[in-house]
Design a protein around this ligand. Structure first.
Ligand code: GMT
Length: 375
């Protein structure tokens, strides 16, 4: 089948899911066309099954804001026609579902019927999507997609609560390619480059936006390092990075916290890690936590959104109320202070991550697209 995938090409979870899905479909012989404003970060190669089309914008002095939806929908029409695509799968409703609806209407005029699949990822619903200034258009474009999916049960419930939805929403969980984590585990993990043998390694990975509560990550770690020898790896970049660096300096723990920036070596970093911190305000799923679990890392998170569907209380880690940094610090110390507990949680994390495999999710998307048999 010929499939168009529209996503944010950055380090955010929705772009990662979209890219990994596209790569897997191409591996199964389908022709996949990414339509985005930059090459997706995890798309590091092309093949005759895998293509990338850049959405180009025009500068004009009259525009205070450039009309991205216009350029995107025009590009979708062009690529659907040129390559005879059969499905457009858009990840993150804003503005992709809206642009896809416009593209579908334009194509209809040309006698082409394209199926539009919209996958809701999180903040497109729980934060930005429900802003009064966007809500009408987001609701309209969800209701006018041919198929709508959400990445967790919790996100489906949030969508039904926040919008007037007339469309069925199917839950298709985020996924990981378990084999890729096995390969990393077998490779040499140069942990000693970052910490002494006695130190535990605690990791946080995100795009450092306010919703991730980076200040809580630092405050939790501040309490941990008083009780357990440990290092904190802060991976990613975003608006709250400077605030976090200042807080680390204020608390006098600069020698114990490493800011690594955005990284293409996530699996390697996770293979050094003992525990992953995710104290988010809201998290529709928590792909970063799932990736950490697959790499054998215990999880300390809040109990918001879809996180309880991923992190299991007293099994793969602990979940606390939003902002309860004392509880999250205490739970972390319990895990890190005891080799046996840590090993048990790590093993459980690996086992539970296997419930979210590419192999279980791919057939669901194929069915949604209408793929009956692979070539
Ligand atoms: O907020 C982010 O971290 C990025 C965002 C995105 O859409 O790029 O992530 C959302 O989608 C991910 C993939 O489905 C989910 O795993 C994240 O939980 C979700 N983020 C939030 O809900 C805050």
């Amino acid at each position: 089948m010929k499939i168009g995938i529209v996503c944010y090409p950055t380090f955010g979870g929705s772009g990662i899911v979209a890219t990994e899905l596209g790569i897997a479909l191409a591996d199964h012989g389908h022709e996949v066309h990414f339509i985005t404003y930059n090459q997706p970060v995890r798309l590091d190669f092309f093949s005759h099954h895998l293509h990338y089309h850049e959405v180009l914008m025009e500068e004009y002095p009259l525009f205070q804001y450039q009309p991205y939806e216009l350029a995107l929908s025009s590009k979708m029409v062009e690529i659907v026609e040129k390559y005879q695509l059969e499905v457009l799968h858009v990840h993150y409703a804003i503005p992709h579902a809206y642009a896809a609806y416009m593209a579908k209407q334009m194509l209809k005029e040309k006698g082409i019927n394209i199926k539009v699949v919209t996958t809701l990822h999180g903040t497109d619903i729980t934060l930005v999507g429900s802003y009064p200034n966007y809500k009408t258009a987001v609701e309209f474009s969800i209701n006018n997609s041919d198929v709508v999916t959400a990445v967790s049960k919790s996100l489906k419930q949030d969508t039904l609560r926040l919008f007037d939805i007339t469309k069925e929403i199917e839950v298709v969980y985020n996924f990981i390619d378990v084999d890729k984590y096995e390969e990393t585990k077998q490779g040499k993990c140069q942990r000693e480059a970052l910490a002494t043998p006695k130190e535990r390694i605690v990791t946080h990975i995100s795009n450092f936006r306010p919703v991730k509560r980076i200040q809580d990550v630092i405050q939790i770690f501040y309490r941990i390092q008083k009780e357990v020898p440990a290092k904190l790896l802060m991976v990613g970049d975003g608006p709250d990075r400077l605030m976090a660096e200042n807080l680390v300096a204020q608390l006098g723990i600069t020698d114990k916290v490493l800011f690594l920036g955005n990284s293409h070596e996530i699996k390697k970093i996770l293979c050094y890690s003992d525990l992953f911190l995710l104290p988010s305000e809201t998290e529709s799923f928590g792909l970063a936590a799932l990736e950490a679990m697959a790499a054998g890392t215990a999880i300390i998170s809040t109990n918001t959104g879809g996180l309880p569907e991923v992190n299991l209380q007293c099994e793969t880690g602990f979940l606390s109320d939003l902002g309860d940094i004392e509880d999250m610090a205490e739970n972390t110390i319990i895990i890190l202070n005891d080799d046996e507990i840590l090993e048990t949680y790590k093993k459980n994390a690996i086992e539970h991550s296997k419930k979210f495999t590419l192999d279980s999710v791919l057939p669901k998307y194929k069915k949604i697209y209408g793929i009956e048999f692979d070539k």
